[in-house]
Ligand binder design. Structure first.
Ligand SMILES: O=P(O)(O)OC[C@H]1O[C@H](O)[C@H](O)[C@@H](O)[C@@H]1O
Length: 300
């Protein structure tokens, strides 16, 4: 008889302790470092939905290449963030993508039923050079889809500005043939050129070169159409109206750590975000959740 109730196992990826969750034909691996979803697949013979670099060997404290990194309490280079977000950090060398992707999160709760399992992780509260009282939780829920929800609660007595992203790397068949649906008509900043001028997206997003864009005013349903793997991955988002779209292409792949030279051909990132004008300013006592639900369907 095929087991359908969830099964949880403790496994290591290199030096990183992880939880492997199996539910029906779905398999999910989450590292405690960064509460980082490392991989997710449905169906034993299907390609994973989430791309993990084959060069990722799991070194403790080092950012994981691929999966779904959590960028928080800022996204990207701190200097590219609004001034109020920059002012929350008191150190001299702010790491790219914030403070929580290289640290161990605590597994707070496991809730399971016959058809669903939810892991709740909590980030450490004492982050270096970031003197703010918050609670940060990630809920990872697996049922007939994968749901990621990141909740920040301001426990301090002043307003807290922050930017963030669920920096999901998706596995695709061929970057030359895959495209993103749902962004037609939205504006974006091309971060490889000017961060100033908003350009309009016309039609689907196709990839022909290095791409690193911040889309603003993004709707809550996006999709990756992938004719090679004959599937459509949909992203239903919550609490976010910005998204970062990234593919490093040839030269940046070659200079990106733990990234195979040809890896850019089979991945793309759509990062469910709160960046630039979509950053969050949390009043004392308030909470904000940014989330995404991922599904895969056959391409019609
Ligand atoms: O190398 P990392 O710090 O993981 O960043 C990887 C990428 O993240 C985002 O997508 C940024 O927009 C890119 O500019 C950056 O290269």
């Amino acid at each position: 008889m095929t087991r359908t109730a969830p099964l949880i196992e403790h496994v290591d990826h290199g030096q990183l302790p992880c939880l492997r969750v199996t539910l029906g034909d779905a398999e999910l691996v989450v590292a405690r470092q960064g509460a980082h979803v490392m991989s997710y697949r449905r169906g034993v013979s299907a390609a994973p939905l989430i791309w993990l670099s084959p060069e990722e060997d799991g070194v403790k404290g080092r950012p994981i290449r691929g999966g779904a990194p959590i960028c928080w309490p800022w996204f990207g280079a701190l200097a590219r963030n609004p001034a109020d977000v920059q002012a929350t950090y008191t150190g001299a060398e702010p790491p790219q993508h914030g403070l929580v992707r290289g640290v161990e999160w605590q597994l707070d709760a496991i809730d399971e039923t016959e058809s669903a399992i939810e892991l709740t992780f909590e980030a450490p509260s004492d982050l270096p050079n970031w003197p703010h009282l918050v609670n940060l939780q990630l809920r990872v829920r697996l049922d007939d889809a994968l749901h990621l929800d990141l909740t920040t609660t301001n426990k301090g007595d002043t307003a807290l500005p922050l930017s963030q992203a669920l920096h999901t790397y998706f596995r695709i068949g061929d970057i030359h043939q895959a495209h993103i649906e749902g962004l037609d008509g939205t504006g974006y900043l091309n971060t490889l050129e000017s961060w100033e001028q908003k350009l309009p997206q016309a039609g689907a997003v196709h990839f022909t070169a290095e791409t690193d864009r911040v889309y603003l005013g993004v709707p809550d349903l996006l999709a990756i159409a992938d004719p090679v793997l004959e599937r459509r991955i949909t992203l239903e988002t919550r609490g976010s109206t910005s998204a970062v779209v990234w593919n490093p292409w040839i030269d940046k792949a070659a200079r990106t750590p733990q990234f195979p030279d040809d890896g850019w051909q089979e991945m793309l990132c759509i990062e469910t975000a709160n960046v630039l004008e979509d950053r969050i300013v949390l009043a004392p006592g308030k909470a904000h959740t940014v989330g995404v639900t991922l599904r895969s369907t056959t391409l019609d």
